[in-house]
Design a protein. Structure first.
Length: 107
């Protein structure tokens, strides 16, 4: 059985970075934006999705999350720039969908 998992990086408007792991990237980003989860990302207003990686297995995603958290900031920024040079919000517009709506995935 395949699981899907994502490692993601959120940023605040002031440049604070947050690295997390989830089995539902869409829902997790909306939760962060709504402030549903208390913690680092909420405290520092990390709401912009600027990077993510998809994995087949949660165990692989967790290992990658730990790896990224151990990196220096400069290395994290270089990684983000490989796919998102201008640090734009990759989830722009996600919150405009109706609550509970999950976008259809192409098979």
């Amino acid at each position: 059985m395949l699981e899907k998992a994502w490692v993601y990086i959120l940023a605040s408007d002031r440049g604070v970075l947050y690295i997390g792991v989830t089995s539902n990237l869409y829902r997790r980003v909306l939760d962060h934006r709504a402030g549903i989860r208390s913690g680092f990302a909420t405290k520092y207003k990390c709401h912009r999705l600027i990077y993510y990686e998809e994995f087949k297995y949660m165990t692989s995603a967790i290992a990658r999350e730990k790896e990224l958290k151990g990196w220096r900031r400069s290395k994290k920024l270089a990684l983000i720039r490989t796919t998102n040079e201008h640090f734009r919000d990759l989830a722009d517009g996600w919150g405009k969908l109706l609550p509970g709506f999950e976008p259809q995935q192409n098979s």
